[in-house]
Design a protein around this ligand. Structure first.
Ligand SMILES: Nc1ncnc2c1ncn2[C@@H]1O[C@H](COP(=O)(O)OP(=O)(O)O)[C@@H](O)[C@H]1O
Ligand SMILES: [Mg+2]
Length: 247
């Protein structure tokens, strides 16, 4: 794998005396959909927080296109193209999806928090927001307060807001959390086709979803990367079955 976009070298993280993981050598190839799986509390969300700069690792490095970004802030990493969504809904409940998307696009293009005055210069972004909402199947919901949307639509809006920043790497921490199995599958079905070509790292606990939508899978368990491979390789891995897949 020569075209690695995001990588870690000897990555370790501890909270005081609690060592979450150590020695992680991870590589994400450009354009792939990659899942991180592992038991509850294995450190998946912490791993994403370290990749995105919300947390500083206690050991090792994070590399974006070969450049060491370990010391870069979360904001600098977003500017560099590492963008994420959270396990828990982070939307503005009283804004409409159109407002949220326009604000995100204006901020992207003007590199500043948009003011009401600056919105006059955001005509192109309003058009782009409308087109994105249409593409994501959110056009009918675009003018409702976000809190009135079905939860599945809210989760899709979160992916849209992150995707709209045209990330080099998009990280999704359990985008289907809070949805039923059927709704979770529907969400992944849509986001897989909508984000085709985007490098995607996602955390998901539903193995049917993981094996269906990931092209590669990394297993985080017991503080290290137990295995990395294609869904078929992971399914067949005796160590993974024993530690995680339950048989
Ligand atoms: N900010 C924090 N401070 C202290 N401990 C934390 C913090 N965040 C996570 N942890 C601990 O780190 C471990 C990994 O948590 P997490 O990354 O959320 O796991 P996962 O996402 O795989 O379920 C857990 O034991 C959790 O309690
Ligand atoms: Mg988590």
């Amino acid at each position: 794998m020569n075209d690695v976009v995001l990588a870690t070298r000897g990555l370790g993280m501890a909270f005081g005396g609690l060592r979450v993981f150590s020695g992680l050598d991870f590589a994400l190839a450009r354009g792939e959909r990659h899942a991180v799986i592992g038991p509850n509390g294995a450190g998946k969300s912490t791993f994403v927080a370290v990749l995105t700069g919300l947390l500083r690792p206690t050991q090792g490095q994070v590399l974006l296109d070969g450049r060491d970004v370990t010391r870069s802030s979360a904001g600098e990493r977003v500017a560099a193209g590492i963008v994420r969504t959270f396990q828990i809904n982070q939307l503005f409940p009283s804004l409409t999806p159109l407002e949220s998307v326009v604000l995100a696009l204006c901020q992207r293009d003007r590199r500043a928090r948009p003011s009401l005055r600056a919105l006059r210069h955001c005509a192109a972004q309003i058009d782009e927001a409308a087109a994105l909402l249409e593409r994501f199947g959110l056009a009918d919901d675009a003018l409702l307060p976000t809190q009135e949307l079905a939860y599945g639509q809210q989760r899709l809006l979160e992916v849209l807001l992150a995707y709209a920043l045209r990330p080099r790497v998009l990280l999704l921490d359990e985008p289907a959390a809070g949805l039923s199995t059927t709704q979770g599958h529907a969400l992944f079905e849509r986001l897989a086709s909508l984000t085709e070509g985007t490098t995607l790292l996602f955390i998901e606990h539903d193995m049917n979803i993981v094996f269906r939508y990931a092209q590669r899978v990394s297993v985080l368990a017991g503080g290290s990367l137990l295995a990395q491979g294609t869904p078929d390789q992971i399914r067949a891995d005796a160590g993974v079955r024993k530690a995680y897949l339950g048989g």
